[in-house]
Ligand binder design. Structure first.
Ligand SMILES: [Ca+2]
Ligand SMILES: [Ca+2]
Length: 86
């Protein structure tokens, strides 16, 4: 019975991971998740710019490439997909 619980927990976790990856792959640069990449996403990255994991200004959504830093590379990824819609 306990093994079954672990199995379902792992299943739920992997489903969550898959759905998160799908969202991420859909529109790279859609930081605020409104379905399009525009100036608002740039603003979110700009606000967290220069921050890193644990920093008070750090925003995981603004860390587009998920390397733990919000920097020019994240801004470039938003800029590259600018205008894209879901
Ligand atoms: Ca957006
Ligand atoms: Ca980054």
């Amino acid at each position: 019975m306990r093994k079954l619980g672990v199995f379902f927990f792992a299943l739920a976790l992997s489903m969550l991971a898959v759905s998160m990856c799908a969202t991420y792959a859909e529109i790279i640069g859609d930081v605020n998740g409104d379905g399009k990449v525009d100036i608002k996403d740039m603003a979110v990255v700009a606000q967290a710019f220069g921050s890193y994991t644990g920093h008070p200004k750090y925003n995981p959504a603004a860390d587009v490439n998920q390397d733990g830093w919000v920097d020019i590379r994240d801004l470039a990824m938003v800029a590259k997909n600018f205008g894209h819609t879901g």
